[in-house]
Design a binder for this molecule. Structure first.
Ligand code: IPM
Ligand code: MG
Length: 360
């Protein structure tokens, strides 16, 4: 198979972790007899520096032309005071929308070898295996009206949380389809005791749930969900939620496994006639400017995102499994970066990438 992949390293540690992810992609492709055609593009702060905008038109065109996009991270502290429209993050939101990748899948699972790195007691986290299905093209992130207007005491900031029935239906179907092949339980998270958007969300989720009699459907309020994720994370199989709640809960979920650096994500949209998904693949962590350029960042979230790409955009399940097994093997070996609190000296970003290749 020929794989056309757009690589957007982005900012901060994005460059380092995507370098290792690409190394693993090339290695697994060579091993299984596939061809990888890589194109590099600009997104985020680096794109603002070079072109004046966080999502250049060229990048958008490339993303549409390639089979899949691999992304590092975006965000630089120098833009902290810039308005949302001129920030690196705007590029990320722009490309998610341009590609129509409305379903962000964030698997959270515990690793035996990392139990001591988890902030929770071993027995609470051992055996956690869940996936957060976060709606990615709607809600507060995109709703209109938005902005800041007026002056003095009357200066007012506005954002709008809005969802249509169609938007809720498609993400809910995605969650139930995934649940069918897992432990057949969907927990939908909302704030329906306060928000009308959530009341519609819950109603539509229940309607879609009726199409899946074999899958159990539960609802949790988001504040309770945040608490349950710490108290008893093993109760969850598929957690379905809107964009902003999913952003927050997935950071919380990520540390259950020991480090946010471990967590991969797949953002998928339309399914091509071949069955392959249009997809954008990125680790859940941010650009971590404090450790950028120091060969300290954990590349396993980015490498796990390559596994997700092989699975969803190329339907190469065996290759994806080989990458995931190699990640497990490297974790077992203890040859890991500082965030995972290794017993000996921490490994560098590049050493971890190389170790994953060696384990494939
Ligand atoms: C994430 C990130 C992004 C988000 C930021 C960088 C815009 O936190 O992917 O979770 O909020 O979606
Ligand atoms: Mg986030």
């Amino acid at each position: 198979m020929k794989m056309n992949v757009l690589v957007l390293p982005g900012d901060g540690i994005g460059t380092e972790v995507t370098r290792e992810a690409v190394r693993v992609l090339q290695h697994v492709a060579a091993k299984f007899g596939h061809e990888v055609q890589l194109t590099e593009g600009l997104l985020g702060g680096v794109a603002i520096h070079k072109t004046g905008v966080p999502l250049p038109e060229e990048t958008e065109k490339l993303a549409h032309a390639c089979d899949a996009t691999l992304l590092g991270a975006v965000g630089l502290p120098e833009f902290d005071d810039a308005p949302p429209q001129q920030r690196p993050e705007k590029g990320l939101l722009g490309i998610r929308k341009a590609l129509g990748v409305y379903a962000n899948l964030r698997p959270v699972r515990s690793f035996r070898s990392l139990l001591d790195s988890s902030p929770l007691k071993n027995e609470r986290v051992d055996g956690v295996d869940m996936i957060i299905v976060r709606e990615l093209n709607g809600g507060l992130y995109y709703g209109l009206p938005r902005g800041v207007e007026g002056e003095g005491a009357e200066e007012r900031g506005t954002n709008t949380m809005t969802y249509t029935r169609a938007e809720i239906q498609r993400i809910t179907r995605m969650a139930f389809e995934l649940a069918k092949n897992r432990r057949r339980k969907v927990t939908s998270v909302d704030k329906s005791n306060v928000l009308e958007t959530s009341q519609l969300w819950r109603k539509v989720v229940n309607e879609v749930a009726a199409e899946y009699p074999g899958v159990k459907c539960e609802h949790l309020l988001v504040d309770n969900a945040a608490m349950q994720l710490i108290l008893n994370p093993k109760q969850f199989d598929v957690m379905l939620t809107e964009n902003m709640f999913g952003d927050i809960l997935s950071d919380e979920g990520s540390v259950l496994s020991g480090s946010i650096g471990m967590l991969p994500s797949a953002s998928i949209g339309a399914q091509r006639p071949s069955g392959a998904w249009v997809g954008l693949y990125e680790p859940v962590h941010g650009s971590a400017p404090d450790i950028a350029g120091q060969n300290k960042a954990n590349p396993l979230g980015a490498i796990g995102s390559v596994a997700a790409m092989l699975e969803y955009s190329f339907q190469l399940l065996e290759e994806a499994a080989a990458v995931n097994r190699a990640i497990d093997a490297v974790l077992e070996s203890g040859n890991v970066t500082a965030d995972l609190r290794p017993k000996g000296a921490p490994a560098g970003t590049d050493q971890v990438g190389k170790a994953v290749c060696d384990a494939i």
